[in-house]
Design a protein around this ligand. Sequence first.
Ligand code: ADP
Ligand code: MG
Length: 552
Amino acid sequence: MATIDGNTLLARSLKDQGVEKIFGIVGFPVFGIPMAAQKEGIQFLGMRNEQAASYAAAAVGYLTGRPAACLTVSGPGMIHAIAGLANAETNCWPMILLGGSSNTYQEGRGAFQEAPQVELARIYTKYSARPDAASRIPFYVEQAVRNSISGRPGPVYLDFPDDFLAGQLEEDEVVFPARCPDPSRTQADPGDVQRAIEVLRSAERPLVIIGKGAAYSRAEAELRAFIEATQLPFLSSPMGKGVVDDEHPLSVAPGRGLALQDADVVLLLGARLNWIMHFGLPPRFDAKVKTIQVDIHAEEIGRNVPAEVGLVGDIKAVVGQLNAALETKPFRFAADAPWRSTLGAKVDENKEFVRSRMNDDAVPMGYYRVLREIQEQSPPGTFIQAEGAQTMDISRSVLMHDQPRLRLDAGTFGTMGVGLGQAIAAQVVHPDKKVICVEGDSAFGFSGMEVETACRYRLPIVFVIINNNGIGGGFDELPDDPFQSPASAYTIQAGYQKMIEGFGGKGYLVRTPDELSASLKQALDDTMPSIINVLIDPHARAKPQKHPWLTQ
Ligand code: ADP
Ligand code: MG
C-alpha cells in the first residue's frame, strides 16, 4: 500500500487549496516542507528573517485574494512571524502561518524551542489550531484557507509537531477536501441601497472615500462606472490608489484635508474611520457628517460614527447594486455645485505647491524632487512599495497610479520594516512588472538583509533609499562621543549601496538630480536588483499640515 509522509501531506493540501507561494526559513522541524512543496509545484522563497517572510506572505494575500504561507521553525522563529500576523490582521489581509513545533510526546517537558504557539497566534488570527492527527492535516489546511478568505479576510495559524511531519501514513487513510472556493460576493439589502442613493441625492458636499477594501475586492470596473455616472468627488486611501485613476479630474486627493472637513455626506467604500481617517470626528470631519458605509464586516458599520446607512456586503457586488439602481433612476452631482469650485481651488493650490517642490533642482535634493524622478521614469504599471514616515507620506502625493493594487506600504498598523518583504512579494506576484521599493533609511534598516534574498532569486527590484541620516533626519554630523548622539540619528551618509554588491546586485550613490536620473534609468533596465542610495537634505520636510498627523 502507498504511504505518504506528513511533509508531503501538508504540501499537497496547500497546493489543493490554492496556496501557490511559501516564504520562510527552514530549520528544525520543518526542513522537509519546502522540498515537498517544490515537488507539488509550490514556489518556496527562503528569506533571512521570519518577520520579512510573514510580511511577504500577507502581501501576496492582498494582491491575489488567495493566501500565501509563511513557514517558520518552532519557538523563536514562530514568534518573529507574529509581527506578520498582527500586520495582516490589522490590514484585513489573508495569510497562513505554518509553524513547526516539537514532538507532541515531549510537550510540557521543556522540549527544544517549546512555546505555546497556538495560543500565541490566537489573538492575531481568525483561526489558530494544531491538527489533532497527521492524517487530518488536509482538513485543517482547508479550514485555515477558508477562514482566511471568508468574510473580512485575515491571518490564520497552523501548528505542525515534528512527529506529524516526519510520520508515515497509509495514503488511503487520508481524505483530501475539495478546494475551498473563492468567497461568494454578498449583496446588501436592496432597501438600504435605495436609501443610500437618496442620502447621496440630498448631499450638498458629498465625498466618496475609496479604501484598500475596494482594491481587495477588485471593484475597479464597478467603481469607475459609479464615479462616471454620479460625477461625485472622490478620495483614495494610500492603498486604495488606482482603483479609480489617481489623475481623474474628480480625484480630490490634493485637497484631502478640506474635503474631509467640509463634506456633509461621506460614502465609505472599504475604508475604516480609524486613526488614518481621524475617526470620522471633529476637528477633521464635520460633527454632523452623514456616513454611508460599505463593508464586508458588519461589526465595522457605525464604529466611531453612527452610520446613516450601512451596506453590509462585498464592495464589487454592492457598487454593482448601486449602479443598477442608478440606471433606473439616474443621479448626477450638479456640475455647477459650489462644492466643486471650493474643492477645485484647494486642489489647484496644493498641486501648485507640490509641483514647485518637485521642480526644485537644488542639491542636496528634497523628497519631492527624488519622487518626481521615480514618477517620471516609472513605466506604466510600475509597482510601488513605499515605507518610512516622510518618504511614504510624500510618495502618496507624487506617485500616481492609474491601476489598482500597485502600491503597498506600512498600512493600518503603521508597520516599519514591511518594505523589503512586500517588494519581494510584489515582484514574485508580478514577474513582468517593474517594482520600485522607496525606503527611508531607517525603514530600510529593519529588513535590509533581504536584499540578499532579492539578489538570490534574481528579482530586479529597484531599492531607492531616501537617506536623511536617521529617523526623521535633521543631522549633518554627530558628536564625538557616540553616546551623546541623538537617539534618532544613524550613520551620517551611510553607504547602503555597498551592501548589495556583495550579493551580485548593483549599488549607486547619488547626490544630484542628474546622478539620480542616470542611475534610475540603468537600474530599471537591469536584470538584477539595485540599491540607489540618495543622500538628500537631512532637513527636508513635507508640506506643513493644518492639523498634526495624529489628531487628538
Ligand atoms: P484603508 O486603510 O484603505 O482606509 P481599511 O483597511 O481601513 O482601508 O479598510 C478596509 C475595509 O475593507 C475593512 O473594514 C474590511 O472589512 C473591508 N473589506 C475587505 N474586503 C472587503 C470586501 N470584499 N468587500 C467589502 N469590504 C471589504
Ligand atoms: Mg530617514
